[in-house]
Design a protein around this ligand. Structure first.
Ligand code: FAD
Ligand code: DLZ
Length: 511
């Protein structure tokens, strides 16, 4: 008997380790383990999503005639670690070998490397073929390039997959239409509400289990509305393509009061746990454009996120781990402010992002990057604390995708491996892209004084703090030139306010 462990983010029938499964001989092992629910205190909705998706997937496998050994969280014999459960099942079932698929996190790969010793059995680890770029292909592409840039990787992926290509040329004559995708949401625009998924008995049981065991974790369960099966995920994809994709590009960077999802896809949770595959999502988006149902700026912008960014961050993660997560290029040393949990910073944009994260386990890209991420960058919050927060609070978070986005894109802690400049912005950016500032107690035009927007004094403090480091970065030439022209007394006043504010909300860790 070959034991075939399937992890919580591997709920895909096309999984490489299931390709040659012999139902008469083999057993699939699925394990709900405490260690995976608590290595960071995951949002309850994330735990519920994974456990429900796992239970549904196990049922689907059984319906196909596969023997599934499923260990529930409440099983008294549960050892609560992957290695412990694999060893227990291998000996109980008399396995002669183990076949698994490459995991999504370094930490789990290290665990798997101990399976042979723990069981005395040969372990075959297969490539995760659900990605469009293999780890070897990414390594070859990265080669000895001095700088890795997503744009060039993305073009290569377009050529390789033929997505949005007319022969050898990009559809519409350009690789990117990003310049058209920076509109704020006009007042009165009502994005279509997302689809409703009513929890079935399996999901209800899991929600009750999560409330009982992990009720103390950050986040509410009432708003749980995630697809938990491939069928549901495909309905969500169809709904997105028909109702939100056409305007995805225009309002990709917008934020609005009371609008948690705008024209975003809400598909990352399904993709990341295997209910959908990236190829089928990109194909559905391209088909909508070819049918004339969605414009090219929307479809290209959307496909770039999946074919470009998603594959790129995954390649980068495995290329650079494990050293990547220890980088702290900007020597950031401050603690995570309490308001990342309580949503009471007094900054309307931050509180909106944190409150919806608490309620939905979701925030869209610009909230993650330009609000909570931007604050963390400007304030110099320690990368470990920020990474742990992002990994805990989002239902789509796994380290392979969370770490490059947070550590690299938002915090610039990797010194520029992921992005050529830090995404630092003052309140003016948030004001341009949202209506939060109009409702905020702070004055977005003020950089000093009792009503000053913290994003303003923190922005200039950040620029001054790192002026030397970024002196030769052409993408920061403008703000650094503005800083040099500013009245030194004004700069000193902003920096004084920044220090006083930060010492209050985010004290430095001792060196
Ligand atoms: P949409 O905006 O509709 O985008 C469509 C799809 O593109 C997403 O479903 C996702 O699969 C993919 N995508 C878009 N941007 C990225 C990106 N930068 N990296 C990888 N895939 C991308 N995404 C995660 O899946 N898990 C995370 O833990 C995560 N953490 C993030 C942390 C920060 C600081 C930032 C800036 C981004 C993070 N992202 C993460 C990327 C992105 O914000 C989410 O994928 C997106 O918000 C998910 O919502 P959606 O499905 O509505 O996405
Ligand atoms: C995220 C998660 C959670 C909360 N629980 C489980 C679990 O009980 N069993 C399981 O197999 N997987 C779980 N996961 C997903 C794993 O953490 C994920 O497979 C690894 O992070 C590798 O990406």
């Amino acid at each position: 008997m070959i034991l075939r462990p399937v992890l919580g983010d591997q709920c895909s029938h096309s999984l490489a380790s299931l390709a040659d499964l012999d139902p008469a001989r083999d057993v699939v092992l699925m394990m709900e383990v405490e260690a995976e629910c608590t290595y960071v205190p995951h949002h309850g909705q994330k735990i519920a999503l994974i456990l429900s998706a796992m239970r549904h997937f196990a049922d689907e496998l059984r319906a196909r005639g596969v023997r599934v050994e499923y260990v529930q969280l409440d099983d008294p014999a549960n050892s609560h670690s992957f290695r412990g459960e694999v060893a227990r099942a291998a000996s109980r079932l008399g396995a002669v070998g183990i076949v698994a698929t490459h995991p999504g996190e370094w930490r789990v790969l290290e665990d798997m490397r101990g399976w042979e010793a723990a069981t005395g059995l040969p372990v075959e680890l297969r490539e995760d073929t659900r990605f469009l770029c293999s780890l070897d292909e990414f390594r070859r592409w990265a080669g000895d390039r001095r700088q890795l840039r997503m744009e060039f990787f993305y073009r290569e992926m377009r050529r390789r997959t033929g997505l949005l290509m007319d022969g050898t040329a990009p559809a519409g004559g350009a690789w990117s239409f990003d310049a058209e995708n920076r509109r704020a949401l006009p007042a009165g625009t009502a994005p279509p509400p997302s689809m409703r998924f009513v929890p079935d008995a399996t999901t209800q049981a899991v929600l009750a289990l999560v409330a009982r065991r992990f009720g103390h974790h950050f986040g509410g369960l009432d708003g749980f509305n995630w697809p938990v099966t491939a069928d549901e995920a495909r309905l969500a994809l169809g709904d997105f393509v028909a109702r939100r994709l056409p305007r995805f590009g225009d309002f990709q960077d917008a934020m609005a009061e009371g609008e948690a999802t705008l024209f975003h896809a809400l598909l990352s949770t399904s993709l990341n746990c295997g209910l959908l595959l990236p190829g089928e999502i990109c194909a559905a988006a391209e088909a909508a454009w070819r049918r004339g149902e969605a414009p090219l700026n929307a479809v290209e912008g959307f496909i770039r996120q999946i074919l470009g960014w998603r594959e790129y961050v995954r390649g980068l993660y495995w290329l650079r781990m494990p050293r990547y997560r220890d980088l702290n290029a900007l020597d950031a040393r401050r603690a995570l402010p309490e308001f990342y949990w309580t949503a009471d910073s007094g900054m309307r944009c931050v509180d909106a992002a944190v409150a919806q994260t608490r309620d939905l386990a979701y925030a869209h890209h610009i909230q993650r990057l330009m609000v909570t991420g931007n604050f963390a960058l400007l304030a110099g919050l320690h990368p470990d604390a920020v990474n742990a927060w992002y990994l805990a609070v989002y239902a789509d978070a796994y380290e392979w995708v969370e770490l490059p986005n947070v550590h690299g894109m938002a915090l610039h802690a990797d010194g520029g491996v992921m992005a050529s400049k830090p995404y630092a912005a003052s309140g003016a950016y948030i004001n341009r892209m949202s209506d939060h500032c109009r409702h905020c107690a702070h004055d977005v035009k003020a950089a000093t004084g009792p009503r000053a927007c913290p994003f303003n004094f923190l922005y200039w403090d950040f620029m001054a703090r790192h002026a030397e480091r970024f002196a030769n970065n052409p993408r920061l030439a403008m703000p650094l030139a503005t800083l040099r022209k500013m009245d030194p007394a004004r700069v000193a006043a902003m920096r004084g306010e920044a220090r006083a504010y930060l010492d209050r909300v985010a004290p430095e860790f001792p060196a």
